[in-house]
Design a protein around this ligand. Structure first.
Ligand code: MSP
Length: 556
């Protein structure tokens, strides 16, 4: 049977600076979902990449004495190497300077020209260069009026950082930095035609924008009315030229969004490319930060509708990682504010798996969260070192001690015997652990999924205490009971390793291989792999080094 396609994307990142914790957060979130879906039998295509065009990149390149292409090429490795270090399993990596992107963008231009979705006019309005976003007079006036009555700390901080700003320029409604007035000939996309179709999309497909708070934001933005969108530039040339008007280059966001269809063969007229496109599009989910939902939930579906293409099934918007400023207020972590933490610094402390586990399970995707070293250490110690790591080390040690370095020979019918661990895995009157976990994972409630798994880990630690294997081991008449206890604990460890795999692939693979079950790590039937009773008796068990060394030891 053909496996269902699951196409998942991250935003393509600007090449203006090296990746930081915020960008890594988004990529790891997508990786966890991609890994989960692969293990649940989907045929996954996981795409990430770089957004390399636009005035900002051209300017950064000039400041460094390079051509824009040289500048982009010099930064690609910062991203691809980091993704390798963080065990990101993207299947494709797209750069908007690749030929395939030019083919696809120009194809879309031709389509939109042919069907009357675009026209030539004059753009006169405000431009936020750092955000590569255009605003109308009304949008700017409203935002600046609001801000003069309630100044947001975040905006104030950002404005402070924008030293080049002329004092009297109005501020960007999104990021608070000063805007530029621009007037130029431009091609326009008839976005104003899509107000009703978009509202209908949000009504008919309530999961198109997740979580709900973002959906409400998008709906009220669209209800406020849509203006046609300026989608080409003549004031610089670092972009994809229009096939029919070469002095114009494509507006960077119009170019960037198209990457999602380029990667699955849009614009390529071969039968193979067409088949791939039909199989992969629409994408199941675009993961984005909450700052770029207007592009993904308003402009992008309108562009697709105009081109006669389907819209993605879901856009999931995560919140921001924040840090405390000098006054103790939470501000968005960003390169331009100089408050960005490098992912490598966190990995040095927690290890790659600890990094992934902390950011994916302690922060509810969808909400903002303040990054705190104290909290990182707390979660690492409580969940990983003292619970999951401790459970593995106790159970593996006892297998070494009582069963000659093997899993116990399991008594007949052992898996049918009632015990509190089997009850958690199988549900015992409520949904089974896999079902609860899968429902949470599928809706990006990674915190809930991990909490469900941790219940099993805690219960297994209690079960060891309550059944006292060290007492059972003293009485040869109770050998069957001892095998049952250690077998059930090892079985819980096996199931836990599977369920934690998307978060901590290194540790889970290691645990399965210590149980002589390395081949299970590649499962594509997670539900079956997590069914109680999969452990085989008499298999060699390796004690190994502690999975999560104490932080104090590591730091020292
Ligand atoms: N190039 C555009 C995206 C085009 S997608 C067709 C862009 N790039 S970006 O590099 O500025 O940001 C990429 C993503 O990183 C955004 O989703 C943004 O929300 C995310 N983050 C940047 N800083 C962040 C935090 N401090 N916390 C969490 N994510 C944040 O926008």
């Amino acid at each position: 049977m053909e496996r269902p396609s699951y196409y998942i994307t991250t935003p393509i990142y600007y090449v203006n600076a090296a990746p930081h914790l915020g960008t890594a957060y988004c990529t790891v979130m997508a990786d966890v979902q991609a890994r989960f879906r692969r293990s649940a039998g989907f045929d996954v295509l996981f795409l990430t990449g770089l957004d390399e065009h636009g005035e900002k990149v051209a300017q950064a390149a000039a400041e460094h004495g390079m051509t824009p292409q040289q500048w982009c090429d010099s930064l690609v490795g910062d991203f691809t190497d980091l993704w390798k270090r963080l065990d990101i399993t993207n299947d494709d990596f797209i750069r908007t300077t690749e030929d395939r992107q030019t083919v696809s963008v120009q194809h879309l231009w031709d389509e939109l020209l042919a069907n009357g979705s675009i026209y030539k006019g004059t753009y006169d309005g405000w431009y936020c260069q750092p955000e590569e976003t255009y605003f109308t007079d009304t949008q700017v006036r409203q935002a600046n009026e609001q801000k003069s009555t309630s100044v947001d700390v975040n905006h104030r901080e950002i404005a402070k950082a924008a030293k080049r700003a002329p004092e009297d320029a109005p501020l960007c409604p999104d990021c608070g930095r000063p805007l530029k007035r621009v007037q130029e000939e431009s091609w326009f996309f008839k976005l104003s035609d899509y107000q009703e179709p978009l509202l209908e999309l949000y009504r008919e497909h309530p999961h198109f924008v997740e979580p709900e708070i973002r959906r409400n934001e998008v709906v009220s933005f669209v209800e406020g009315g849509l203006k046609d969108l300026s989608i080409s530039r003549t004031s610089f040339d670092w972009g994809i030229p229009l096939p029919f008007d070469e002095k114009h280059v494509t507006y960077v966001w119009f170019d960037a969004l198209i990457n999602y269809i380029t990667a699955v063969g849009y614009g390529v007229e071969t039968p193979e490319a067409k088949a791939e496109f039909a199989r992969r599009w629409p994408a199941q989910v675009h993961i984005v930060g909450k700052d770029i939902i207007r592009f993904h939930c308003v402009i992008w579906p309108a562009m697709l509708m105009a081109a006669g293409l389907e819209v993605p099934e879901e856009v999931f918007a995560h919140g921001f990682l924040m840090v405390k400023d000098d006054g103790g207020a939470d501000v968005k972590m960003s390169k331009s504010l100089g408050n960005a933490i490098s992912p490598d610094t966190v990995c040095e402390l927690l290890g790659v798996d600890g990094f992934r586990y902390y950011f994916m399970t302690d922060v509810r995707p969808g909400t903002d969260s303040s990054v705190s070293w104290g909290r990182m250490e707390q979660v690492y110690d409580a969940d990983l070192a003292n619970s999951w790591g401790n459970l593995c080390s106790r159970a593996l040690n006892m297998s070494a001690k009582y069963f000659d370095g093997k899993t116990p020979e399991l008594p007949r019918g052992w898996a049918e015997e009632a015990n509190p661990l089997r009850a958690i895995v199988e549900g015992d009157g409520r949904e089974g652990l896999y079902e609860r976990y899968a429902a949470a994972m599928g809706s990006f409630a990674y915190d809930e999924a991990a909490a469900a798994v941790m219940e099993l880990v805690h219960e297994a630690n209690h079960y060891i205490e309550a059944s006292e294997p060290w007492t059972l081991a003293k009485d040869p008449a109770r050998a069957g009971e001892l095998a049952q206890v250690i077998g059930s604990v090892l079985e819980s460890i096996r199931v836990t390793a599977h369920l934690l795999m998307p978060f901590m692939p290194r540790t889970s693979t290691e645990v399965l291989s210590r149980l002589s079950l390395a081949e299970e790590a590649e499962t594509t039937d997670l539900a079956a792999a997590c069914a109680w009773g999969g452990l085989t008796g008499g298999a060699p068990v390796a004690k190994g080094a502690p999975l999560f060394p104490r932080l104090a030891q590591k730091k020292g």
